[in-house]
Design a protein around this ligand. Sequence first.
Ligand SMILES: Cc1ncc(COP(=O)(O)O)c(C=O)c1O
Length: 393
Amino acid sequence: MKYDFNQLPNRLLSNSAKWRNNTRAYEKGDLIPMPVADSDFPTSPEVIAAIREFVDQGAYGYSMDRPTLVPAIQSWLKDRFGWEVEAEWIDFNSGVMDGFFSILSVVTEPGDGVIIQNPVYPPFFNYTKNGDRQIVLNPLHWDGERYVMDFENLESLFAGPGPKPKAFVLCSPHNATGRVWDLDELKRLTEILLKNDCFIISDEIHFDILRKGVKHTTLGLLGKEVEQNMVLITAASKTFNIAGLRTSYIVIPNDEIREAYKAFRIGRSSANFIGKIATETAYTQGVQWLEEMNEHIEKNARYMVERLSQEAAPIKAYVPEGTYLLWVDCRGLNMEQEDLMKWFVEDLKLSFNDGATFGEGGVGFIRVNVATSFALVEEATQRIIDGVAALQK
Ligand SMILES: Cc1ncc(COP(=O)(O)O)c(C=O)c1O
């Protein structure tokens, strides 16, 4: 391995939200923070060098994009996922959720229904509600092995006498269940959505973080008709731990929607210039770093899941196909959600995301971020095992 994912920077020094904005327990110095979807790794040395070069020249006035930025994104989408996009389809945002809100505002009207598949990344709910759109749920189902989409329910959402939902939020890979949707699922999904004139917002921010042998299908690959009825919102931010640089991009193949989006964006700020430098460098020089990070995450995830499965029943965990997030079922502990989260923080000194915040279907679950050193994953795993054993005494 060329890169080391076990030497972590002191994230307290950079006021990391994951490490600082936690609980008082952390102030005692012994809480392992595993919420929030960012990693604890320093970004790739190549990205750090490019940022350093820009910082060192000292003048941070208005800048134009380097002509190499958009081609770097086009190559990333083509080389890794096989999707060819035109340069003019791409625009920048100060975060994927910035892009989400803008495109949702363009393709729907206040009062329109927006389909969201829970349990899922919580801001989808708030951003939809704040835009005066109606949340329409299509809950995912556990089929005994993995979470799957409920196509029958989806069809029924369009069948009623009332207004049909106008947009569908695809989280792909899915945060928090870790599903990487396969081609057949996406085909069936897009058939239903196209038939019902429902626009698709495909949030693929986690698309680079995959288990070995798992293939991510970016939505634009499903053909020209789908391409005209969708946008991709994504970033290099989760992959390369640069989310704090507030830079993401949106790909809008449909000319009319792109024009409406551009009109909506007038007066809104775009991405951060340092974030753009980081994105371009990551996409042109970061492949090996990414592959090694994926190996490291795979090891962490498999370790925790195997040990919890063998030694922490009734807690249930599985290795997700994508993301660095484990969706862990703690319902067998028979605790109220508030007590569960309190038990983790106060007794075990572990901080996770509360599954209940991911919407219906999340109660009794926690979301665990394993994008950290192996030592911290080992320690957290042991604390859970010891905690469950103590409960059973
Ligand atoms: C699925 C998903 N979308 C969007 C975001 C947020 O992205 P940004 O900070 O670029 O708005 C996250 C962060 O966890 C996420 O998991």
